[in-house]
Design a protein around this ligand. Sequence first.
Ligand code: IPM
Ligand code: MG
Length: 361
Amino acid sequence: MTYKIAILPGDGIGPEIVTEAEKVLLELRTGFGFQAELLHAHVGGAAYEAEGHPLPASTLAVVRDADAILLGSVGGPQWDGLDRALRPEQGLLGLRAELELFSNLRPAILYPQLADASTLKADVVSGLDLMIVRELTGGIYFGQPRGIRTREDGQKEGFNTLVYSEGEIERIGRSAFTIAQKRDRRLCSVDKANVLECSELWREVMNRLAGEYPDVALSHMYVDNAAMQLVRAPRQFDVMVTGNMFGDILSDAAAMLTGSIGMLPSASLDKNGKGMYEPIHGSAPDIAGQGVANPLATILSVAMMLRYSLDRADLAGTVEKAVGHVLDKGLRTPDIAADGAQVVGTAAMGDAVIESLRELQ
Ligand code: IPM
Ligand code: MG
């Protein structure tokens, strides 16, 4: 089986970190009998510059044909003035919508080697291993109607619509229950059911689903409390499931608990397990082109791809082990470096992972 992997470097540090992840894919090909064809395409600001649109038809053709997609990051201040429809972020939102990547998995894992990187006390975060399952193609991000209009009194008003159908809630719920079954079997559904009807329905559907997954303990939490609990006692959570916007916010908070947003991968899956894989962090325009960005989140995204879309959990484990070895050796990019660490750049970090892979071969 030869897999087709679409590679979309995007903007900012995207090309630098994706280059390192590609090295890993090539090493798996030469050293581990992994068969894959890599297809490159533009997205985001890079696509706008090349083809006048953040998600051109040529890119859509490549990603539709692929078994999995590896994405760097999109966005940068030079494109902030463009019409909303042409901004880099629309490339990302368009990919999610076009490919129906409704299930977004965002793990927050504290690597024991990096316990000191967190701004929280080590005893609060040590051992943290939580998975946020964020609905990614619905909710207020995509609800209609939306816009900015002028009222009768002459004032402008902006409006968006928060809407979820039962079917949308059910499929993200199933995704989360299934993941919880493979972990500690505790699922916390996060909503704002004390205020929003949309959340009331969300809760109703989650409760209904719970009957089908008796081995998973379902609980509910309001989003404001969930934000507080995440920084107060994050280890109480195993899997969290929530809507698009709450998930956007909570996953940034969860990522930062680990002190190393440069370490965290993510997966966005469709109903067949085809997925797009990307680091949780953004395009970091301030450090783009300097060769200092941390490529490990992107390399770990390759591991998630192997596990969730390509049915190679064995190789996923190998890549994760290689990353662990590199951390054990004390190598750190600046974002995860404590005093006295051996600080390396993007390419050296990638090379170190390759070296560890060879040792594991
Ligand atoms: C994310 C990002 C995106 C989002 C932006 C870049 C559109 O913040 O993936 O979390 O809001 O979903
Ligand atoms: Mg976000």
